[in-house]
Design a protein around this ligand. Structure first.
Ligand code: MTE
Length: 319
């Protein structure tokens, strides 16, 4: 993922090594002159084995044929730009996030707007463990046992009106808790805050869409979007907004962070599709974290049951 014209810091996965190394050298030099925004305030998040356990019933069908990715990888190889743009920044810097107390405002085109406390969200429906694969637009994937409730349980609670056609998700804006939101020399190289994502209402109501509060049997680690994020397994990972504080039901297609930053590269739909290359790399294959050989990417990340949501839609045009 590359942000605007700025030297966004793509992972070494998709960057020629020489470019990556020279960028590292540049950053090391730059760091000697000035700290990255918020770096001085950053602190590592609590060790994952100290997080409270969360009981959830294994979902009978949402399992995975492949073994789960090692927990160590899932909590150290992250994208969470509010804590920095390198893969290990969130696991080094996300200790400043305070996931409790936490509220999520649900508003907009609904009959019953409501502010949910995180403890209410956890009790909206019986917690389920669902093992999904997460395919990042950058060309890597993981298999993760998430814990959560169907997003539809929350949406039905607020009763969307007939005019509600889309759902917007907003991540927290608080530079004290999210140090990379501080304005600094390198702010130009990141996104505009808040991080905003969106779904069509029928996508949001699809049974696969999970309002996620935990993973690997425990509450969500800060670096993975504590205390609540969405997971939409048939879409590229950037659709799954982390550390959500607001959900809005709206009539028009939301302007999402990545599609605003690079409209030609990141569309609103962002369904996993091996037949639609990213302008700068193929999406035909992916590297499962922990493996060496690349594997073929499947349409809708293998979740073919969502195909009927897109009947008649040109998936190349609406990428
Ligand atoms: N949500 C916020 N608020 N900020 C981010 O930078 N990155 C996205 C998504 N959600 C991101 C975010 C991207 S690009 C991916 S691939 C996934 O989070 C990564 O989730 P993970 O770190 O739990 O694997």
């Amino acid at each position: 993922m590359l942000i605007r014209h700025a030297p966004r810091y793509p992972s070494s996965e998709i960057t020629p090594e020489a470019v990556y190394l020279s960028r590292r050298a540049f950053m090391v030099g730059a760091a000697a002159l000035t700290l990255l925004p918020g770096e001085a305030d950053a602190a590592p998040p609590p060790p994952v084995d100290k997080l409270p356990p969360l009981k959830a019933a294994p979902h009978p069908t949402y399992r995975h044929a492949d073994p789960a990715t090692k927990l160590e990888s899932a909590v150290t190889y992250n994208n969470f730009y509010e804590f920095g743009t390198e893969k290990d920044d969130p696991s080094r810097n996300a200790g400043t996030l305070r996931p409790r107390p936490w509220n999520v405002v649900v508003e907009g085109l609904v009959q019953k707007p409501k502010t949910f406390d995180i403890d209410e969200i956890v009790k909206l429906a019986p917690l389920e463990e669902r093992i999904y694969s997460l395919r990042c637009v950058e060309g890597w994937s993981m298999v993760i046992p998430w814990i959560g409730v169907p997003l539809s349980a929350l949406l039905k609670h607020v009763e969307p009106t007939g005019n509600a056609k889309y759902v917007e998700f907003y991540t927290l804006v608080d530079p004290e808790q999210m140090p990379a939101q501080k304005k600094g020399l390198f702010s130009f190289a990141s996104l505009d805050w808040p991080y905003v994502e969106g779904l069509r209402l029928d996508e949001a109501l699809h049974p696969l869409t999970l309002l996620t509060v935990g993973m690997y049997g425990r509450v969500l680690p800060n670096q993975n979007g504590a205390p609540v994020r969405v997971v939409i397994p048939w879409k590229y990972g950037f659709k799954s907004a982390k550390s959500i504080v607001k959900i809005r039901l709206v009539a028009d297609e939301p302007k999402t962070s990545w599609s605003k930053s690079q409209p030609s590269e990141y569309g609103f739909y962002s369904n996993v599709n091996p037949g639609v290359p990213h302008p700068r790399w193929s999406q035909a294959t992916e590297r499962r974290i922990g493996e060496f050989r690349r594997r073929e990417t499947k349409l809708f990340n293998g979740y073919g049951e969502v195909a009927s949501l897109y009947t008649g839609l040109d998936l190349k045009k609406f990428y």
